[in-house]
Design a binder for this molecule. Sequence first.
Ligand SMILES: [Mg+2]
Length: 356
Amino acid sequence: MQISWELFTVNKRFPLTISRGTTAASTNIWLRIEADGISGWGEASGFSLSSVQKYQTAAILTELKTISSQLEQFHPWERQKISQFLTSISISSPTRAAIDVALYDWLGQSLAIPLWRLWGLDLEKIPQLSVTIGISKPEIAQARLKNWQKILDIPIIKLKMGNPEGIEADKAMLLAIRELAPTTPITVDANGGWNQQEAIAMSHWLASFGVQYLEQPLSIEAESDLAKLHQESPLPIFVDESCRNSQDLLRLAPHIDGVNLKLMKAGGLTEILNLIEIGRTLGKKIMYGCYSDSSLANTAMSHLAPLADYLDLDSHLNLIDDPFIGATVQSGKLIPPDLPGLGVKYRGNQTVKYSI
Ligand SMILES: [Mg+2]
């Protein structure tokens, strides 16, 4: 097979602030494999799990340059050999994700069926989408909510917390949102911005406002504090940064109620399927999330959407220059295309501003 890739920069309509900082733009990579006249597409984007654990786009690019000639020796049907090769060289998870998704896209197109049909999934089971509001002052959060309301009828609001100014600032943002949306379900993601004491206190306070669950209340370095938090928290505890793959899920399972699965952390749809099976077996709730991904990666996840309890796949909805067209929002749900493979179309990238 032949492999090609390109950097592309996507800019956010509204910069997103989480406990570890603000993102206004992201340079990602699209990857294309070609064989037998069929092209399969995948995406890799950088991300961080903490202030020290980061995956940079530049490093992904270096990996692709290093391995592409070896990868080209394989045919897309040789998935086991490709998987063994990628494991043998300890490839990073975002690079693996791009290759894995491109192979699935190629497979679906070869078979001339959408991936969700390949997996026999029922689109009626897709849960509603949440939209994210980053850490901000109360009036800015309200303005962001109003802008989301212009784009879609919001089913679920996801609020970013762990404000460096402290939990009183987190509370002020929630109160401002509740003023405008008194009954809309809310989930909270602290991105590891609280300590154990703050997380327990916030869980009790947030429970009285109808919040559904807490995502990654503690940092990945504070994993040993999860057990007590889980015991004392009235809200279900989900992990995101702490759980990249199946091994992490098995380790954390006794102290969590759910997990946020992402393509870039897991290393592709193959490992996402493993995580779903393990999570279900252990009785955990499953949510899907994203980084600064374009429609390409989020459409890949949308094909598995019927297997999720919660969907936080909204990054592409906040882009002004998404080079891909794929899954569409219909009645508050992200619906995968009824086209072979991923069903994603490349419309080119208008922004030639590489930031790495
Ligand atoms: Mg998260």
